[in-house]
Design a protein around this ligand. Structure first.
Ligand SMILES: [Ca+2]
Length: 369
């Protein structure tokens, strides 16, 4: 789908040269620039107002990329239990960061019964993490090392959304009393918004906003509508893009386009009354991770498009949208840079990628002038 225009240095894919290469896409040519190459399994990133980029590494380190330099791990961040898909996961910067200084982290931590997803906030001062506050602590912990989620987004009112996967036990996503397998919404201080949808149902977690989400590792706020979009990993086949509405049930595992990894049928239904259908499905799975709407000046041709990273398929997806319909899909960088763990659009309008590996990289797509 893309043709390499200029190859400045030859090398195997995983020894990517530090010089820029130029790629042609359907709508905009771009140059791929490597900013950092010694990240240890990076997972999430977020931009500070001064242009610095906070980057999480799955083993528990939070690092800051600024002006061409990558900091040492910032001391004082919460303890994580790195097991399986767990560890230090997403990072987000407060929408009013200049006034509040808050930074949010999601992670897997050990507690009574095993592991669960937690949400924290804290501030960075003199290169130290301080004033750490636990905002959310998953109640039902288990020993399973899968499907912790977890991505962040803020709505236009500044409320914090985060995902938790089904924790490798699919029926948890439909159990009304469970916190697994859904999207949650809290105020930035951890309190529960008064209009969360299940507050009248006793025994239901008050932070829950949805049900039936298998494992969302991509979340972004639509720049025009303010609506939260997510994607989630399907089983074998059936990765989904969903538009998030309070009180909606996204169906897992009652309806799915995928089958179990063993080949067993999970459900014979792809759609049913009472469940919200995805707006896009990938069969076979691409294993999506990271997600960003494009809004910025650098690539006018990509305005309003939705970018999704892929782990298994090792590519960057560009989805063209018309309202909430997906009307086009282009695959970029297929097998060029490895497993893409996160995708963000910077304040400069460039598209930033994190690649998942022990030598994970921070890459940037820039327009070809
Ligand atoms: Ca679904």
């Amino acid at each position: 789908m893309i043709a390499r225009l200029v190859l400045l240095a030859l090398g195997p894919i995983f020894a990517f040269p530090a010089v820029a290469e130029t790629y042609r896409s359907e709508q905009a040519d771009f140059r791929l620039v490597e900013l950092a190459d010694d990240l240890e399994s990076p997972w999430g990133m977020a931009f500070l107002p001064d242009g610095g980029i906070l980057i999480t590494e799955q083993a528990g380190q939070l690092r800051l990329y600024r002006g061409g330099d990558l900091s040492d791990p910032i001391p004082g961040t919460p303890d994580v239990e790195e097991r399986g898909q767990g560890g230090l996961l997403d990072v987000a910067v407060d929408p009013d960061y200049a006034e509040t200084g808050w930074i949010y982290l999601s992670l897997s931590a050990r507690g009574e019964g095993g592991l669960g997803t937690q949400v924290w906030r804290g501030r960075i001062q003199d290169n130290r993490w301080i004033e750490s506050e636990l905002l959310f602590d998953m109640q039902r912990k288990t020993r399973i090392g899968r499907h912790f989620g977890s991505r962040f987004a803020f709505d236009p009112d500044g409320r914090l959304y985060f995902s938790i996967g089904d924790r490798g036990a699919m029926q948890r996503a439909q159990d009304p009393a469970d916190e697994a397998g859904r999207i949650h919404r809290i105020e930035r201080d951890g309190t529960v918004p008064s209009d969360n949808p299940y507050l009248d149902e006793s025994g239901t977690p008050p932070t829950a906003l949805t049900r039936g989400n298998r494992n969302a590792q991509g979340m972004a706020t639509h720049p025009d509508t303010g609506v939260i979009w997510t994607h989630e990993h399907g089983p074998r086949g059936g990765d989904e893009v969903n538009v998030i509405r309070a009180g909606a049930n996204y169906g897992w595992p009652e309806v799915t386009h995928g089958i179990d990894y063993s080949g067993a049928v999970i459900s014979d239904r792809q759609s049913a009354p009472g469940f919200d259908d995805p707006v896009h499905v990938w069969v076979p799975s691409i294993a999506p991770s990271g997600m960003a709407f494009y809004s910025g000046a650098a690539f006018p041709e990509w305005q309003g498009d939705l970018f999704v990273g892929a782990l298994r398929s090792r590519l960057l997806v560009r989805l063209e949208l018309e309202g909430e319909q997906v009307i086009g899909e282009e695959w970029l960088l297929e097998r060029e840079v490895g497993r893409i763990r996160d995708v963000r659009v910077g304040p400069d309008g460039f598209v930033y990628l994190l690649t998942e590996s022990n030598d994970g990289r921070l890459l940037r797509l820039e327009p070809v002038s």
